[in-house]
Design a protein around this ligand. Structure first.
Ligand SMILES: *Cc1c(COP(=O)(O)O)cnc(C)c1O
Length: 340
């Protein structure tokens, strides 16, 4: 194996990697492509999903700064918050979570990810959607309170989607190139890798990886919130911070280097249309693969719709990156019950 032309920063081992690259059993055939699933939903039981790959680098950075407590944020059912709570417990760090809820005076009863956060003793700070938009201030207020109490807080932004977290998906990209070489897919026809984007860090890391490590991969990104322009901007910021922080000389323009397929946000972030949930059900039954409604279900739905609109649009070699999120399925029980 050739050595990579860059050095990874320190990493704490938290994720079960490499994750499997598994062939689709039936759905690929129906879609008329050679389909594989990169199973990043299998990075661990409670650490499952993509966030833990980013947290391996964020947490190493926190430890190198002698932090004793981490603070992060997300929706009340955030997979990222749950992964952070677990990683913190594992490393013996405190954890404080800014959780977005409709009414902070009446936070929802703990279930799914939120239940795991509390089980892991993460301290929740419930905030309104409006306060969440101004969260930089709340992060500072919480960090200051912790410092006053003699702690050393370390702030991890939403989704661990910053320069240091992006290393997790640079590393995943390298892992994927080994997987593809194992299939003989490292030569010849390009390979389309399809993924969901929510806070942009996974896409940014893969994009950086694809520029640092030679491959025949093209990245197809389905946004599950906001729009294409928003992600071009956000992913661009993460990439330029990364290039600056690690002194890498590359020009990256996500508007050119990423194929962002907008149009599948549907009813909004973490809100599902019946046809999206029906596809999630069909994939479960046909393939024995569990997607989640918030991210992977929407990305898979977007991928299928794009293929129907334009057969062959992603070529014949397709890898769907399964980024996890199973716990996010359970709060949909009532909405799904009629279709089961
Ligand atoms: C957070 C998340 C994503 C999106 O990743 P980002 O790096 O935030 O863009 C995709 N899938 C799942 C299951 C997630 O929890």
């Amino acid at each position: 194996m050739n050595r990579t032309p860059f050095e990874y920063p320190p990493r704490v081992s938290l994720a079960r990697t490499p994750t499997p690259l598994e062939p689709s059993r039936r759905i690929g055939k129906q879609l008329g492509v050679d389909l594989y699933f990169k199973r990043d939903d299998l990075t661990g039981v409670a650490t499952s999903g993509n966030k833990i790959r980013k947290l391996e680098f964020s947490m190493a950075d926190a430890l190198s700064r002698q932090a004793d407590v981490v603070i992060t944020c997300g929706g009340v059912q955030s997979n990222h918050c749950r992964s952070t709570a677990l990683a913190a417990a594992k490393l013996g760090l405190g954890c404080r979570l800014l959780l977005r809820v409709p009414d902070p005076h009446h936070p929802p009863a703990p279930e799914s990810n939120h239940l795991l956060d509390l089980l892991l003793n993460a301290a929740p700070v419930y905030v309104t959607p409006e306060e969440y938009r101004g969260r930089a201030e709340i992060f500072e207020r919480e960090a200051e309170a912790l410092r006053k109490a003699g702690h050393r807080p370390y702030i991890i932004p939403e989704g661990a989607s910053n320069a240091v977290g992006a290393w997790g998906y640079v590393r995943a990209f390298e892992e994927l190139t080994w997987d593809l070489a194992g299939l003989g897919w490292d030569r010849g026809e390009p390979v389309s890798v399809v993924l969901a984007t929510g806070s942009g860090g996974t896409a940014a890391g893969l994009l950086l990886g694809s520029r640092l490590i030679p491959s025949n991969v093209r990245l197809i990104v389905v946004n599950v919130c906001d729009d294409r322009d928003y992600f071009i901007r956000e992913i661009g910021i993460i990439c330029s911070d990364f290039l600056k922080s690690y002194r890498l000389d590359l020009e990256i323009d996500p508007g050119v280097d990423l194929d962002i397929r907008d149009g599948y946000v549907g009813l909004g972030y973490a809100q599902s249309r019946i046809e999206e949930l029906a596809l999630l059900r069909d994939v479960a039954r046909l393939e024995g693969l569990l997607l989640d409604p918030v991210y992977t279900g929407k990305a898979f739905y977007g991928m299928v719709r794009e293929m129907e609109k334009e057969p062959g649009v992603f070529g014949s070699r397709v890898v769907f990156l399964h980024t996890g999120g199973l716990a996010g399925l359970f709060p949909y029980a009532a909405q799904m019950a009629p279709m089961l």
